[in-house]
Design a protein around this ligand. Structure first.
Ligand code: KG4
Ligand code: ZN
Length: 328
């Protein structure tokens, strides 16, 4: 079965063709990073306009690279939330028009489910049940994936998403946007010798705003502070929390298969520390290949495939839902 995936929730316009949820025939990603860079972050209105300009060409390229035509496609999957409403609307409207004109089923797909599904593409052997840690610019969720469409949220952030904290810290210390990869690089030159405060709850929820504020204050008090050490300390502090919570979830459920997902799972320090758990805690750690960590349409086509074979399709009244939750 061939699913065409469409992703426009933030600043990447992407269209992909994926076979049986696992095999990528094409995954075209048109990034707007250079456009938003000079503003220090994504400007929603500019993102929507650029999606409108890019989407037709991106789709044509995706079909061409996959060596298929629209008539070979079995279903059209699109991200309908969460994300920026104007950006989402471009992909949703395009997918609806495509579905109507070609008489193919429309499958509205949750962006967070897409991030999890990125792992089904990279790891052909991966099947639920497992614990997923979704760490991105907009989300920080620890989820028990019981089956392809059956989830239980174990913990989530009470304030900032982890990627948001990475981006804010990077901006304040002068690294620019997008900050995550820049902190990743700079931290390698420093050592984690600065103590930062952490917030603990009596469940598996996260909080990152206190750590972020502490870094901002330290930088404000001493503008000559070693930025590499500060980056390394920030990275270590957040990683320790991610690991502690994941281990607690693993113990609670007696599941030792852990799946990382989302843009922040591209972070080399986080990956390294999680992979160490394979030796120290007898766990199996999965994460997507770098191009599938950040936003892309292949992951949406994969999640769309699992929606479709489980009977989830959408009508032409599908709308963008900027605050869509993983579980409604
Ligand atoms: O998943 P994603 O592309 O978009 C959302 O759905 O939010 O994630 C983007 C986030 C940004 O905050 C970016 O700074 C972060 O992922 N990111 C990283 C790295 N690469 C991307 N954070 C830390 N280290 C990285 N190497
Ligand atoms: Zn994302």
């Amino acid at each position: 079965m061939l699913v065409l995936g469409i992703e426009t929730s933030c600043d990447e316009t992407s269209v992909a063709v994926v076979k049986d949820g696992r095999e990528v025939l094409s995954n075209i990603i048109s990034s707007q990073v250079p456009i938003h860079e000079r503003f220090g972050g994504v400007v929603p209105e500019i993102a929507s306009r650029n999606h409108v300009e890019a989407i037709s060409n991106v789709m044509k390229k995706a079909l061409k690279e996959a060596k298929v035509t629209l008539s070979d496609i079995d279903a059209v999957a699109c991200t309908y939330g969460p994300g920026l409403v104007g950006a989402l609307l471009v992909g949703v409207s395009y997918a609806k028009a495509l579905s109507y004109a070609s008489n193919k089923p429309l499958v509205g797909t949750n962006h967070i489910e897409g991030h999890i599904a990125a792992n089904y593409i990279t790891h052909k052997d991966l099947k639920p049940p497992f614990i997923a840690l979704i760490i991105s610019g907009g989300h920080t969720h620890l989820v028990y994936i019981k089956d392809y469409k059956n989830f239980e949220i174990l913990g989530k952030t009470r304030d900032d998403a982890i990627g948001e904290a990475f981006d804010k810290v990077a901006r304040v210390i002068g690294l620019g946007y997008p900050g995550g990869p820049k902190i990743d690089k700079l931290a390698k030159e420093g050592s984690a010798n600065i103590e930062l405060p952490t917030t603990h709850f009596d469940n598996l929820d996260f909080s990152f705003s206190g750590i972020k504020t502490a870094v901002i204050n330290l930088n404000h008090k001493d503008s000559n502070i070693n930025k590499a050490d500060l980056s390394a300390s920030f990275e270590k502090t957040v990683t320790d929390i991610l690991i502690e919570h994941t281990l607690n979830a693993s113990k609670k459920l007696n599941i030792n298969t852990i799946v990382l997902a989302g843009g922040v799972s591209a972070n080399s320090y986080i990956r390294e520390k999680f992979v160490e758990l394979e030796k120290t805690n007898n766990m199996k750690i999965y994460y997507p290949e770098p191009v599938l960590c950040t936003d892309n349409a292949a992951m949406i086509a994969s999640a769309g495939y699992y929606n479709y074979i489980n009977g989830v399709t959408s009508g032409l009244d599908l709308n963008a839902e900027p605050n869509l939750k993983l579980l409604n």
